[in-house]
Write a protein of this length. Structure first.
Length: 242
């Protein structure tokens, strides 16, 4: 089975992006019905800003679990939301309803300490690699043997550049003896190219409006479920080739 994760929101501005706990949970249910195996989400405060505050994060995780029992929930810990590593760690320590997983971007200050804390609480780590330097940091860290998976997520919207960076990160992990499952995705214009390359190499993929708002043919996606259906079609097409 090829793993497919749906990233529902992030800092994307789009009418179909869910923000409230109920809307996020309803969208999670829709993408699971469309074929996603896990959801990755960000919480928002009353002003519509991304937040790591416990009240909002707890509410989102709890709402998804009510609508989608048994579906793994991945929550962001991005430094783009809280840049100070000590403040970020203090906020995460206030979470009461723990997610199944968090994304932990390996290029961020304080990320190893944050991951160590969450591991001690039984939360799985998706190690986010945004560039080759992140891959080198991850290989040299104390985390590889304890993470759930690696996210290969080059941020360049150019398909050729992003695919090259994904290949470089994959090679660094292989050279470092890292055999964790990999999930690949790009950003905007590079998303589907990175997804396709990953599928051809036997890896899982991520899609969703945090990453992309158009279908492989360039047509606008209606919502997250529409993107997941397209990703499932891509997965099925690769499977028929093999």
């Amino acid at each position: 089975m090829t793993f497919l994760q749906a990233a529902l929101n992030g800092n994307r501005q789009h009418d179909a992006v869910p923000h409230s706990p109920d809307a996020i949970a309803a969208d999670a249910e829709a993408v699971v019905r469309a074929g996603a195996h896990s959801v990755h989400v960000h919480a928002y405060d009353a002003a519509g800003r991304e937040t790591l505050n416990a009240v909002e994060c707890d509410a989102v995780v709890a709402a998804i679990r009510r609508r989608c029992p048994g579906v793994p929930v991945s929550l962001t810990t991005s430094a783009s939301i809280v840049s100070d590593p000590l403040r970020r760690l203090a906020m995460v320590k206030e979470w009461k309803v723990l997610p199944d997983l968090v994304t932990a971007n390996q290029g961020e200050a304080g990320i190893v300490e944050l991951a160590e804390y969450l591991l001690s609480r039984g939360v799985g780590i998706e190690a986010g690699l945004l560039c080759p330097d992140d891959a080198y940091r991850f290989v040299a860290s104390s985390l590889p043997g304890r993470c759930h998976r690696v996210l290969i997520e080059p941020l360049d919207p150019d398909p050729e550049t992003a695919s090259r960076d994904a290949a470089a990160m994959e090679a660094i992990l292989a050279d470092g003896g890292i055999t964790l499952p990999q999930v690949h995705h790009g950003f905007d214009g590079s998303c589907w190219a990175v997804n396709l390359r990953a599928l051809e190499r036997g890896h899982g993929i991520r899609t969703g409006m945090e990453d992309v708002v158009v279908l492989p043919d360039g047509q606008p996606a209606r919502d997250n479920a529409h993107l997941v259906i397209s990703a499932r079609t891509l997965i099925d097409g690769i499977a028929k080739r093999c």
